[in-house]
Design a protein around this ligand. Structure first.
Ligand SMILES: NC(=O)c1ccc[n+]([C@@H]2O[C@H](COP(=O)([O-])OP(=O)(O)OC[C@H]3O[C@@H](n4cnc5c(N)ncnc54)[C@H](O)[C@@H]3O)[C@@H](O)[C@H]2O)c1
Length: 245
């Protein structure tokens, strides 16, 4: 039986994780904590894995506490850049028994979309990302878009591709998106959306569009449960659910 605690338990994702853990016969929900609850109560609680779906502002201090107290962590909260990942790696190095999974996207289809986009990135002259989310999301671009863009940038570099053609000399600020690595990323926020992403490729005489749509938060749960099961048997930082698939 895996003992699980959830941080951000009253949030949209956290509430879903609480339900999924309770419904899983191999897991037991030890604590469902939200803003204002002390993490100290997790010490000595027998918790094996803590799942964090809080906010980019809160997650770093949560991780500092949890890793230093020997707890494995599955992190869905977004907003991680290279500097933050380096801090987590250091924390893990000082606590070698701990496993941490940080996954910008737990939807299996989204993980596959990133893999396909990374493959296609080697072959097309032009590539851009449009990510679309609900208007309550606090960070832009999304963690998934940033991760996809970084993977695509690395793939373009390995393939020795030249910089993308773009004749723009005058533009309104933001009109061409934000660059993540070499890839322009455009963020749309609108009521009614959940989490969606299009990766558009252009080459001589053809385009390719890869699109993933999360239409319900339940779609993230198989990936979260997979992360909980796997993280207890690894040590150090794992970045991306693909490493566990
Ligand atoms: N990785 C993925 O697959 C995935 C999918 C969807 C959302 N997300 C990310 O997950 C995060 C949460 O998303 P959401 O839509 O559930 O947000 P939300 O605003 O609905 O929920 C966040 C919850 O965290 C709580 N919280 C804030 N600070 C806290 C702290 N210090 N300790 C404990 N709880 C705290 C808030 O009170 C709130 O209940 C965001 O960063 C979002 O981008 C990731």
């Amino acid at each position: 039986m895996i003992n699980v605690a959830v941080l951000g338990a009253q949030g949209r994702m956290g509430a879903q994780v609480v339900k999924s853990v309770e419904a899983d016969s191999g897991m037991s929900l030890i604590a469902a904590l939200d803003l204002g609850d002390s993490l100290e109560q997790l010490i000595g609680s027998g918790t094996h894995v803590v799942v964090d779906f809080t906010t980019p502002d809160a997650v770093m201090s949560n991780l500092d506490f949890l890793i230093n107290n020997g707890m494995n962590v599955v992190v869905g909260t977004t907003g991680f850049d290279d500097a933050k990942l380096a801090i987590i790696k250091k924390l893990c190095a000082a606590n070698p028994s701990v496993g941490v999974l940080i996954a910008p996207n737990f939807a299996i289809g989204a993980v596959l979309m990133m893999e396909f986009a990374t493959k296609a990135a080697q072959y097309f002259e032009s590539a851009e990302i449009i990510e679309l989310h609900h208007p309550d999301k606090v960070d832009a671009p999304s963690g998934t878009a940033s991760r996809t863009a970084q993977l695509m940038t690395d793939a373009r570099k390995s393939a020795g591709l030249a910089p993308m053609p773009d004749a723009t000399t005058t533009s309104l600020e933001g009109a061409r998106g934000s660059l993540v690595g070499d890839i322009p990323v455009h963020s749309v926020r609108a009521r009614g959306l959940v989490a969606h992403q299009e990766v558009i490729f252009g080459g001589l005489g053809e385009t390719l569009t890869i699109r993933h749509d999360s239409i319900d938060r339940a779609g993230f749960m198989p990936g979260v449960l997979l992360g909980i099961r796997k993280v207890i048997s690894v040590s150090g930082l794992t970045h991306g659910l693909d490493k566990f698939m």
